[in-house]
Structures are given as structure tokens and as C-alpha cells.
Design a protein around this ligand. Structure first.
Ligand SMILES: *[C@@H]1O[C@H](CO)[C@@H](O)[C@H](O)[C@H]1NC(C)=O
Ligand SMILES: *[C@@H]1O[C@H](CO)[C@@H](O)[C@H](O)[C@H]1NC(C)=O
Ligand SMILES: *[C@@H]1O[C@H](CO)[C@@H](O)[C@H](O)[C@H]1NC(C)=O
Length: 343
């Protein structure tokens, strides 16, 4: 009697023990399964977007090969790592689509160190350039000269990947418009290049030369349109013409170099001396000079509406809303380019 109750208890105890053991094993297995799925998701996330890298990682990768193509690195720059809401959203459109590309957002401090260490011959000019837009304009030519890759202003939205067009290319520029009289028709807001291309040195030397010649009063007046001339699209245009004329041994205009005007369609692609030009509709569908769609396309307007804008100008690869974040009082207005409409 006693014996049988004891053996019953032992049996019950053993069963309980085995049962708990099975439960424990099950729980451990399950949690490691969840852990694995989490790891899988992480690797899926990184293979479905660009990869943000530090400057050290960028240098390591960049110097690990010789470059016979445009390096897959997107450069953007802002004062510090805190973007305005819309800027962050527009940046995301590039990162989501450019899988297999690296990305770096350069801050003012990083730019300063970059120029000082990599381009000592330009640094004394760089330090003096003021207001900030003159430095921000200049440093993008230095990214192109040193690393190459793709530089994009923070008010560009990607519609779809354009890098299929980068195969066997040296420098890729985008047009706003085929009327070159204003010299603003080749923007410096979206530029791509292999490293060490001589085009960029023409532009940088022009900036150094002009800066060394102007008076202090003229330096103080460089805002109000002169930034475009001094370091902006007009400096790109003039550097480009120096480069093309000396390489092609010609004094032809860009129009003439592109061939006859019938070729100049909004989605044409031209190549002159290994510089590729993408027609206006491809990257810069909203042309701030002709003003079509300006009410809804200009980020500076209270009526700004990205979706309405895209319906009007029908961008193909990308669009910019010309936000002028460094000018017109926007630079220190933390509310500018927030998500809420501001009157
Ligand atoms: C970036 O600068 C803005 C103002 O210019 C400031 O409000 C913000 O705190 C800064 N962010 C960081 C991370 O320093
Ligand atoms: C264009 O690239 C080819 C191939 O590298 C080279 O032979 C040619 O000289 C280049 N042309 C110009 C004008 O740079
Ligand atoms: C270029 O701009 C001019 C006015 O500045 C405009 O008349 C013309 O239609 C524009 N061309 C294209 C291709 O957008």
C-alpha cells in the first residue's frame, strides 16, 4: 500500500519533470527562432536600402579599389545631422531606391576637416568663403574630385533609379533648360562623377582666383544672386566651358556642341568630351526659370504641394523643389521644410 503510493508519487514527479523539461526546450527553441527571423529582417532591411557609412568606412572602401566607374556613394550635406522633416523624407526616397549604394551626410565640421586634410591648397579660400552657401557649393566639387559618386541637394526627391545610365560614364550632369544665356541651366545641385576628373579642378581654380581678386565690400555682397555666379551653377557652367573648349579645341557654345536644336528634347541625353548631359525632364522637371508649376512646385511657396507639382511637371527620374535652404532667411528657420504648411 505504502509502496504503491510512493511509486505513484515518483511516477508523477518524473512525469512533471519530463513535461517541464520539454516545455523549457520548446521555449528556448522558439526564442532562438524569433531571434533568427529578426536577424533575417535586419539583413533584408540593409539589402533593400542604401547603407549609411562613416567617413572612415568611406575612406576604407574608396581606397580598396581602383575606379573605372562612378563609385556608388551618395553625398549630401547639412549643418549637422539633424535634417528638417521634409529633407529627411526626400532623402529617404534616394536611400530606399539606391540599394547597393553607400550614403554619407556630411556636416559642416566634417566638411571643414575634409577640405583641410585632403585639399590644403583650397583650404585657405574655403575658410574665408562666406556666407555658408559658398562653402556648401564649393565642397561638393571637392567630393566629386576626391571620391566621385553622386552629390544631391537635400530638396531632391527620387522618382526612380537613374544609375543604369551611369555605365561607362565619366561625369553626368543634368540640365534645367536648354536656354544657356543665363548660365544657370546646368545646376550644381545634382552631379555625378568618377574620382579625379579634371572638370572639377577648373571650377575650383576659378573660385580661388575670383575670391583672391574681389574687394572686401564685394565679398560682403556675394549673397543676393551672386552666389550663383561665384560658386553656384554659373561657376559650374564656366568651368565646364573651360574644360570643353580646351579638350575639344573649339570655341563652340554648348548649343552647338549638342548638335542641332531639334535634338534638344526634354528627355534627350547628350555626350560631349565624356561629359553626359541629361535632358531637363529627366532630373529637374520643375524649371524655376520658366515658372511652370511654380505655385505648387516651389518649396518656398505657402501653396507648395508635391503631389500636385508632380502631376503638372511629370518628373522621370527625380525632381527638386528648389528650397534654397541656405538663403532667403531659411537657413536658421527651424520650421522651414517642416511637415506642416506654414503661412
Ligand atoms: C543642429 O543644429 C540645429 C540648429 O542649427 C539645432 O537646433 C540642433 O540641435 C542641432 N543638432 C545637433 C545634433 O547638434
Ligand atoms: C573619353 O574617354 C576615352 C576612353 O577613356 C578616352 O580615350 C578619351 O580621350 C576621352 N575623351 C576626352 C575628350 O576626354
Ligand atoms: C526654357 O526656358 C524658357 C524661358 O526661360 C522657356 O521659354 C522654354 O520653354 C524652356 N525650355 C524647356 C525645354 O523647358
Amino acid at each position: 500500500m505504502v509502496d504503491s503510493r510512493l511509486s505513484q508519487r515518483i511516477l508523477l514527479f518524473s512525469l512533471c519533470f519530463i513535461f517541464s523539461f520539454i516545455i523549457i526546450i520548446f521555449v528556448i527553441k522558439r526564442s532562438s527562432l524569433i531571434e533568427n527571423t529578426k536577424n533575417n529582417i535586419d539583413s533584408i532591411i540593409s539589402s533593400t536600402s542604401c547603407k549609411h557609412i562613416s567617413i572612415d568606412e568611406l575612406d576604407q572602401w574608396f581606397h580598396s579599389k581602383t575606379w573605372n566607374e562612378i563609385p556608388k556613394i551618395i553625398h549630401q550635406t547639412w549643418k549637422n545631422k539633424t535634417l528638417r522633416q521634409r529633407q529627411a523624407r526626400w532623402r529617404q526616397t534616394w536611400c530606399e531606391q539606391y540599394t547597393g549604394w553607400y550614403y554619407h551626410l556630411w556636416t559642416d565640421d566634417e566638411n571643414d576637416l575634409f577640405v583641410q586634410t585632403k585639399f590644403p591648397w583650397f583650404y585657405s579660400t574655403y575658410k574665408q568663403l562666406s556666407p555658408a552657401i559658398l562653402r556648401v557649393d564649393s565642397v561638393r566639387y571637392l567630393y566629386m574630385l576626391y571620391y566621385g559618386g553622386l552629390y544631391i541637394d537635400l530638396d531632391y526627391e527620387s522618382i526612380r533609379r537613374v544609375d543604369e545610365l551611369f555605365n561607362n560614364k565619366y561625369v553626368v550632369l543634368s540640365l534645367i533648360n536648354y536656354s544657356f544665356q543665363s548660365m544657370n541651366s546646368v545646376p550644381n545641385s545634382w552631379i555625378a562623377s568618377r574620382p579625379n576628373h579634371p572638370l572639377w579642378t577648373y571650377i575650383l581654380y576659378r573660385i580661388m582666383l575670383l575670391w583672391s581678386r574681389v574687394t572686401d565690400q564685394e565679398r560682403n555682397e556675394f549673397w543676393n544672386g551672386k552666389a550663383e555666379f561665384f560658386t553656384g551653377p554659373q561657376s559650374l557652367f564656366e568651368g565646364l566651358m573651360f574644360y570643353l573648349h580646351s579638350n575639344q579645341h573649339t570655341d563652340q557654345t554648348l548649343d552647338q556642341l549638342f548638335g542641332n536644336r531639334e535634338n534638344q528634347k526634354s528627355d534627350s541625353i547628350f555626350e560631349v568630351a565624356n561629359i553626359t548631359f541629361l535632358g531637363p525632364k529627366l532630373i529637374n522637371a520643375y524649371d524655376w526659370m520658366n515658372g511652370i508649376g511654380a505655385d505648387v512646385c516651389s518649396a518656398e511657396k505657402p501653396t507648395f504641394d508635391e503631389n500636385k507639382c508632380k502631376d503638372i511637371v511629370k518628373p522621370i527620374y527625380a525632381i527638386t523643389y528648389w528650397s534654397h535652404s541656405y538663403g532667403h532667411g531659411h537657413e536658421n528657420d527651424a520650421k522651414y521644410l517642416g511637415n506642416k504648411r506654414i503661412r
